[in-house]
Design a binder for this molecule. Sequence first.
Ligand code: GLV
Ligand code: MG
Length: 335
Amino acid sequence: MKSPRRFYQPLALGAPAPFREPPVRLERMIHFVPPHIEKVRAKVPDLVTKVDVVLGNLEDAIPADAKEAARAGFIEMAKATDFGETGLWTRVNALNSPWFLDDLMEIVAAVGDKLDVIMVPKVEGPWDIFYVDQLLAQLEARHGVRKPILVHAILETAEGVKNVDDIAAASPRMHGMSLGPADLAASRGMKTTRVGGGHPDYRVLSDPDGDAPRASAQQDLWHYTIARMVDACVASGIKAFYGPFGDFSDPAACEAQFRNAYLLGCAGAWSLHPSQIDIAKRVFAPEVDEVLFAKKILDAMPDGTGAVMIDGKMQDDATWKQAKVIVDLATIVAR
Ligand code: GLV
Ligand code: MG
């Protein structure tokens, strides 16, 4: 299905809000906080100085009897904090839950002018985005919100993966998409209870070599979906993100999973624990050596065409573009 790429119109009040391009800002980590917990809210002003995005989570991991408190806590922390350049996001409850409508209505009414992005879980097709898009347009018009609120979808059902291209293209409000490996594993019937990362039994064996024990290596369970998601997002000019990594006791595995996503084109990942903030900072930025080499390529081919040899490696128009990706990212990180 080809997306209509509709531009939403605010309904009535005031002048139409201008369409905003997805921000070219650093979003190496989307840091999740449970806003119903007072001592967590108290730490938000300090957190703002350490992360690229603060996200108030209202969905999974918030108990059903704390949903209203989480929503109220999010509004309180959004009002009380100066977020400066740090992004302010919320993850609302699923569209078919009893809480979604109140999440959206109360949050846009109270802090719509401070909110950058709404993360929508369990998106199954473009119709989910059309619905949120129209509701946001109505609420922005009603409450005089001048800056359009963007939408970020979580890719976490088999149906969503099937429709990933149409979801990415569903609205100019689309900011990006994150992989939700826990829900997606359940939706697909994958046999794992892990939140992201590999599995000890998902391996390839080397060929037999006489009596020598056969080597085996673990593979990335998420390779296909991340690559699929990156292509869908980039084709629609939006950003792809790896989602959560649930084993806080295994920072090496978290870093390896984040790095695979980074190398495949993701812009960032979720941090669910403070220790994952630094992992994301380290991973979602190019290494110094890599930047220096990429700069050599740009310098050697000022107009981006031709072919040159650098350190024994062939460079041409395509590697110039690869180098530019790295240098552009390094420039944003350095700002
Ligand atoms: C995230 O929401 C996940 O399901 O992994
Ligand atoms: Mg989920």
